[in-house]
Design a protein around this ligand. Structure first.
Ligand SMILES: Cc1ncc(COP(=O)(O)O)c(C=O)c1O
Length: 382
């Protein structure tokens, strides 16, 4: 016999709507792994790390409950989470995450790129998902501590250490309400160059059956549910021989929004750039950085709605010179071909364009500390 929603709700105390965040920093206890990966094995794994498949020896973790606030901060051996089968995140998907990278400088030190922006977005994601907001300094401290302790896992060349902060609802209960307990953790994964031999243009599939985000929904925050809901559309893209899916708006189904995991830019014959406005899309940190770098170089950048029909028409007339996707993982991916149920079209003959490649180099050079950092985006960790 099932339990009604009313019953499930009624035997629980009323939710505390606004959990009290712990102000400022918490002190991390550092417990180095007693049995870290032997150097020879680590070196072998770093030869061709791929993306998101291998992980470092440690993780950072902080817990939250209403009585203690954020507490128990530590860096320790990466290990399984023992979760009760009734843990809230497993049922109601109250979960958020972030993605950022640490880059090795030529002097052997390490740079984080705009970790404050990830911390702020994480805070915003927590608010939208009715989760306990993690103080931004705690987010940054956790990331820095993990990079320090696992610095030996930094790959050489143009690899980087991908950092994955995340937070899950860890209260054990059934019933739809915000969890009263949370686990925040950071794990790290050495990653190779996203594109071997330089960025190759990607083909994208216009999703006409599925949308990603509605006004008032969760499109502007980084919660796992957004990605779960995008998988069917991404599978459809693969079925049509494309690399990625691009979503249209959920109301009129004609305005270009973003890819499954990247924002999008258009470059026109007058040298100007256009990117869809914020609202239902994820406010990408790469997107924001590209807007700043393009403006620095004197280009006009518009944050304006752009329809799929206009995209097709501008590609045909030659007014559109380039289109590219951007995000932390791949930095910039030129878009060579757009496919949809109503036909395919090429952009710039299907090749990577000079504006995308120029912006990519500018950004990567700042990230690796090879160029000046006029916007103070770099936080040196070591
Ligand atoms: C849906 C979506 N859009 C855009 C981005 C790009 O964001 P960022 O540049 O902060 O990595 C990501 C990647 O996190 C994403 O998942």
């Amino acid at each position: 016999m099932g339990v009604s929603l009313e019953q499930a709700r009624s035997d629980r105390p009323a939710p505390e709507i606004a959990p009290v965040p712990t102000a400022g920093r918490v002190k991390f206890e550092i417990r180095p792994a007693t049995n870290p990966t032997p150097e020879k094995e680590r070196t072998a794994r770093l030869v061709d790390p791929g993306f998101g498949r291998i992980f470092t020896d440690h993780m950072a973790m902080v817990r939250y409950n209403h009585a203690e606030g954020w507490h128990g901060a530590r860096v320790e051996s990466r290990a399984n989470f023992p979760l009760d089968p009734a843990t809230a995140v497993l049922h109601y998907a109250q979960e958020i995450f972030e993605g950022l990278k640490a880059y090795k400088r030529d002097d052997g030190g390490m740079n984080l790129f705009r970790p404050d922006a990830n911390a702020r977005r994480f805070h915003n994601s927590a608010e939208r998902m009715a989760m306990a907001p993690l103080p931004e300094p705690v987010f940054i401290e956790a990331v820095e501590q993990l990079v320090r302790i696992d610095r030996a896992w930094m790959p050489g060349g143009d690899g980087s250490l991908y950092l994955r902060p995340f937070m899950i609802a860890s209260e054990v209960f059934l019933g739809v309400k915000p969890s009263a307990e949370y686990i925040f953790a950071v794990i790290a994964s050495p990653v190779g160059s996203y594109f071997k031999g330089g960025p190759a243009p990607v083909s994208i599939w216009v999703s006409e059956n599925y949308t990603r985000a509605a006004i008032g929904g969760t499109g502007a925050v980084k919660c796992g549910g957004n990605y779960a809901a995008s998988l069917r559309a991404q599978a459809e893209a693969i079925d049509h021989g494309c690399d990625q899916v691009v979503f249209l708006d959920a109301v009129e189904r004609r305005y270009v929004e973003e890819l499954g995991g990247m924002n999008v830019f258009f470059v026109f014959d007058d040298g100007s750039l256009l990117t869809p406005p914020l609202g239902t899309i994820l406010p990408g940190i790469t997107r924001d950085s590209i807007i700043a770098l393009a403006k620095d170089s004197g280009a006009r950048v518009r944050e304006e709605a752009y329809t799929i029909d206009q995209w097709r028409a501008d590609a045909a007339s030659g007014k559109l010179k380039e289109a590219f996707a951007c995000g932390t993982a791949a930095v910039i991916s030129p878009i060579g071909k757009v496919c949809s149920a109503s036909g395919d079209f090429l952009i710039g003959g299907g090749a990577a364009g000079p504006v995308a490649m120029g912006l990519r180099k500018k950004l990567v050079d700042i990230q690796y500390g090879r160029a000046a950092d006029p916007h103070n985006w770099i936080k040196k960790v070591l």
